[in-house]
Design a protein around this ligand. Structure first.
Ligand SMILES: [Zn+2]
Length: 256
């Protein structure tokens, strides 16, 4: 069993700490800021063993230099992106062993937000960086809509009980778009209520369950008739594939 905690950074980033229960060994995902990371490590007397990096944006990597200097630990990250101090360049693989204290990880190639973005899956917990968000997905900042659509479909095929650990607290804003696209979706309405309650109490809206994303995230619902219709109305065109619906939704959200 894993113990996973969110270390907030900047305005709305989460740096994820992964531990096995009853162990002080620590994996750190996307340390954009070294300061809260070092503070939390010292406060809890943890023993970092590796950094896991999903993509090259500075709010995910800017803490690497200082943390590597401080703890002398390896950096696991995407092979096809410029990651400082990268020790182990990764593309999709099963059975990545980092430390005997942890189960092996699966690495997924999930390009789209950036062209070389990867995600880490460990014991049914997905660390997906800026690929999938609560009720939304990343913007296109290097990859194509086709790539991101394909990557989200890959995630959608994971077991429904997979927990989704995104790198930003965007769920409330994303739900406002989701309900605009699907005004009759009762699951979205309920998720808005639940998310507002969490955020109002200062709690992360994450992780979410893939099962919930499949019911409420428009970017995973491109085959739903109501979403196809709404996207066609927005674009003024007949959309003949879910990739076209996805591309339309992504640009609609950019303007929303
Ligand atoms: Zn990013």
């Amino acid at each position: 069993m894993l113990n996973i905690q969110a270390v907030p950074a900047f305005n709305d980033n989460y740096i994820w700490f992964i531990q096995e229960q009853n162990s002080r060994k620590l994996l750190i995902v996307d340390p954009g800021d070294p300061k809260p990371v070092i503070e939390a490590i010292e406060q809890q007397q943890l023993n970092p063993v590796a950094l896991l990096i999903t993509h090259h944006h500075s709010d995910h990597i800017a803490g690497i230099k200082e943390l590597v200097k401080h703890y002398d630990i390896p950096v696991y990250g995407p092979k096809y992106e410029a990651i400082p101090s990268l020790t182990y360049p990764l593309t999709a693989c099963d059975d990545l062993k980092i430390d005997p204290a942890f189960s092996s990880l699966t690495v997924l190639d999930v390009p789209g937000h950036t062209s070389g973005h990867i995600a880490f899956l460990i014991e049914g917990n997905l660390f997906c960086g800026d690929t999938l968000f609560g009720a939304g997905c990343g913007r296109l900042l290097g990859g194509s809509a086709e790539q991101l659509h394909h990557s989200l479909q890959l995630i959608a095929r994971l077991p429904e009980q997979t927990k989704i650990f995104c790198a930003h607290e965007y769920t409330q804003a994303n739900l406002r778009f989701a309900i605009h696209v699907e005004p009759n979706n009762a699951d979205i309405k309920q998720r808005m209520i639940d998310t507002d309650a969490l955020v109002m109490n200062g709690k992360p809206s994450l992780p979410s369950l893939l099962e919930l994303e499949l019911k409420t995230n428009p970017f995973l619902r491109c085959q739903q008739p109501e979403i196809i219709l709404a996207s066609q109305q927005f674009s003024g065109q007949q959309l003949t594939s879910s990739a076209e619906v996805f591309t339309t939704l992504r640009s609609w959200k950019d303007q929303f």
